[in-house]
Design a protein around this ligand. Structure first.
Ligand code: HEC
Ligand code: HEC
Length: 135
């Protein structure tokens, strides 16, 4: 015969577990990304608004242009010329050298995981300085 008590307990435990993500996170929002801007350059290859919305398309365009038609030079909106390179331009020392504090900060927040770094080299970053111990 069925054991009503055990079934009900089981159903309650099941419901609690199933709805855990809802009530555990309710009222809490993920911490907003704290994006650090480039080291030296003040202007990206296109205006900020465009980059925010379309940097992924632009990167794909750069990749296809370099890899498929061997065209490596990009003329920006203001006439400036750039080498279409993820490593040498975007995440170079003068620009988004702190990938973890720029790209990753926002991608982690939005749950985006670009696979580019499987092949492309990430900039080397100094580990964050530890606060000096007081004696
Ligand atoms: C499977 C390995 C692989 C992956 C994954 C990959 N790439 Fe590449 N990418 C390459 C290779 C190889 C080249 C050619 C390098 C060259 O000729 O300078 C290249 C070239 C490029 C270039 C132009 C040259 C340069 O120095 O950057 C861009 C821009 C680029 N890829 C962007 C991307 C982006 C954006 C992603 C992620 C969406 C990505 N790639 C993912 C292998 C890869
Ligand atoms: C302000 C937030 C933000 C910052 C900063 C940012 N990204 Fe993104 N990125 C996004 C969002 C959101 C998406 C997903 C867009 C979509 O799926 O349509 C994305 C998507 C991408 C993609 C496409 C991934 C895919 O799987 O198709 C690439 C490549 C990429 N970002 C590269 C970069 C690089 C490189 C940097 C740093 C130089 C960077 N992003 C900085 C928000 C950001």
């Amino acid at each position: 015969m069925y054991d009503g008590g055990k079934i009900i307990t089981g159903v309650i435990i099941g419901l609690v577990l199933m709805t855990f993500p809802i009530w555990y996170t309710s009222g809490r929002a993920a911490k907003k990304p704290d994006i650090k801007l480039p080291v030296k350059e003040k202007q990206c290859v296109e205006p900020k608004d465009y980059m925010r919305k379309k940097h992924m398309q632009l990167l794909d365009l750069w990749r296809d242009s370099v890899v498929r038609v061997a065209q490596r030079s990009y003329v920006a909106f203001n006439g400036a010329k750039y080498d279409m390179s993820l490593q040498n331009t975007c995440i170079s020392a003068d620009c988004h050298a702190k990938k973890t504090e720029f790209c990753d900060e926002c991608h982690n927040y939005t749950g985006v995981v670009p696979t580019c770094w499987d092949c492309h080299i990430e900039p080397k970053e100094e580990p964050k300085e530890k606060p000096e111990e007081k004696h």
